[in-house]
Ligand binder design. Sequence first.
Ligand code: NAP
Length: 264
Amino acid sequence: MNEQDTNGATAAKGEDTYGLNGKVALITGASQGIGRACALRLAACGATVALAARSQEKLQAVAAEVAAAGGQARTYSLDVSSEDSIKACARAVLADLGKVEILVNNAGITRDGLVLRMKLSEFDDVLRTNLTGAFLLTQALISSMMKGRWGRVINITSVVGQTGAAGQANYAASKAGIIGLTKSLAREFAGRGITVNAVAPGFIQTAMTADLPEAQKAAILAHVPLGRYGSDADVASAVAFLCSVGAGYITGHTLDVNGGMYMG
Ligand code: NAP
């Protein structure tokens, strides 16, 4: 049995409940937060995990956690805002591991501000990182999945992409775009044995949300029927399920992990 620790890791490698033994998974933004939790969970499910982000030091710490739990991980330098970096990372992973069957497009940033004050660079940076990066990396890796006639693409969107949020026009646009991208990819690759789904977290306690003012956090919590913030482990559970063999008839779906704060 797998046991969850408080950080969302899984303590021991379990049975192959999800059918992921021997699969290769690439997770972007795996150096911390939700990406780290997804990497630990998929590794505990038997996948070899390619951990990608800009911070090599943090990635190596996550790789050590995976190894300590009996899993297999390699680290890759990746800046999802750069097409060259994306292509180089995809080449390196395919050269080292031979294939990629699972892609978790998780890397993301915020540059919050009201529209009247938002600079074009702040809008563009968020779109390029959160949306264009997911498009380009999927494009670079999908032929590996097509060759094996099996694949899983999981795109991390956000409740904000479904509801909009004052002060987050750039982020909400990028995350709404992820949902449209997900549905389009799902239609294009369904005939190749590849499913493409999105996971839409609500308020998850990570570095991304740590600096929000306490009053804002309390206001958000008041709208969460389950009465607590989410954890990175909550999101990782949804991602692992959508990657599983048993989820093979689910595609183009957006799975909410938001404690009920939005029921679309
Ligand atoms: P986080 O703790 O800030 O982690 C973000 C991750 O993205 C880091 O690993 C970071 O690694 C990576 N990253 C950022 N820019 C990158 C770039 N240009 N190239 C490669 N990697 C990059 O955030 P999180 O809360 O875990 O968020 C993960 C995903 O969940 C994001 O897409 C976010 O929008 C989404 N989400 C989060 C919440 C929440 O409440 N926390 C809610 C809904 C959706 P490096 O800095 O090392 O590159």
